[in-house]
Design a protein around this ligand. Structure first.
Ligand code: NAI
Length: 319
């Protein structure tokens, strides 16, 4: 089978997320056109992608079956929107998280796209009804929210507008699977989608426990990284329940009252400021000072860990 796919993908906005999406699509064998309003951003994106793909190839972590050079030959840049989208099958918008800017770009796209293309937004927080309402091509619009860095963390939350055609959801789901991502369908839009709602629930209780002096900030993080996180890299909380007793019904029988009692003791939403903020900030800065150099070194370490975990998960699946 020819690993090069038919149809071209357009990435709109070549920052952190746009670059990563471009690499994911090229890994899947798609031609990728990167559009940005800043030429320098495109130039730097193409350079970064070349460097990263070469490094990934050396460490045998490059996605897909094509070589780095073959994948690089699929990626190009463009500063003219109309030329960029001509003949494309899928657009992944990755411009900054600002409602007016995103509405503006989708308004521009609405005037120039055909009736088959899919218009997807990478937004982390903006609801489809805010982004897409009133567009002529609303049936073809969807949020496809990645997790940073998308190259190593495959989850993509697919969130339709109420008027999004079901075929748009299905086609986007199939496309994401084809490029090796792990799409989930959010059936109806909700503030924070699902990943951030779960994340905020954890942050909220973590903040309270540290604020109330139950545990230190560094030990709190250890509870996740060496406790819950170990399992959660492989299975979710619901399957965990199922396995932690003789099935789900037995788990609920055994633990429902205890869960409800503990959950009732959760306090109000924290303010995320004041003394607890100072305390947590101090602990975090002792470990990683909050200057760009230290933060970047630690981010690189995180991405390396994620890369190893991604490889482990892939090996486990193929066994
Ligand atoms: P960024 O600031 O790194 O990059 C934005 C890029 O868009 C820049 O290259 C800029 O020149 C370009 N741009 C601005 N206006 C434009 C326009 N009208 N047309 C074309 N290009 C334009 O932003 P980042 O972090 O990559 O975020 C992009 C989107 O991805 C946001 O919606 C964000 O919420 C979402 N996202 C970000 C994650 C993260 O961790 N950074 C994670 C998941 C989603």
């Amino acid at each position: 089978m020819n690993p090069i796919q038919e149809g071209r993908v357009v990435i709109i906005g070549s920052g952190l997320i746009g670059r990563s999406w471009a690499m994911v699509f090229a890994g899947g064998g798609f031609q990728v056109n990167i559009y940005d309003i800043v030429q320098q951003q495109i130039t730097s994106a193409l350079e970064t992608i070349r460097k990263e793909m070469k490094e990934l190839e050396e460490t045998r972590m490059l996605k897909g079956t094509l070589s780095a050079e073959e994948q690089l030959s699929l990626v190009s840049g463009c500063t003219d929107l109309k030329t960029a989208v001509e003949g494309a099958v899928y657009i992944q918008e990755c411009i900054p998280e600002n409602l007016e800017s995103k509405q503006k770009i989708f308004g521009q796209l609405d005037l120039i796209v055909n009736n088959n293309i899919i218009l997807a937004s990478s937004t982390s927080t903006l609801l489809p009804t805010k982004l897409f309402t009133g567009l002529n091509h609303v049936k073809q619009c969807i949020v496809a929210h990645p997790v940073n860095p998308p190259y190593y963390v495959p989850l993509v939350e697919l969130v339709p507008h109420p008027e999004t055609d079901p075929s748009t959801v299905e086609k986007t789901h199939a496309l994401m699977k084809k490029i090796g991502q792990s799409p989930v369908k959010i059936i109806k839009e909700i503030d924070g989608f699902v990943l951030n709602r779960l994340q905020y629930a954890i942050i909220s209780e973590a903040w309270r426990l540290v604020g109330e002096g139950v545990i230190s900030p560094s030990d709190l993080d250890l509870v996740m990284s060496d406790g819950l996180g170990m399992r959660y890299a492989f299975m979710g909380p619901l399957e965990t329940m199922h396995l932690n007793a003789e099935g789900m019904l037995n788990y609920c029988d055994r633990y429902r009252e205890g869960m409800k009692r503990v959950l009732k003791s959760f306090g109000p939403i924290p303010e995320f400021s004041g003394a607890t903020e100072q305390k947590i900030n101090q602990a975090m800065c002792e470990k990683t000072p909050a200057d760009p150099e230290h933060l970047n070194t630690r981010r690189q370490w995180r991405d390396k860990c994620l890369m190893c975990l991604a490889k482990l998960k892939k090996d486990i699946k193929s066994n």
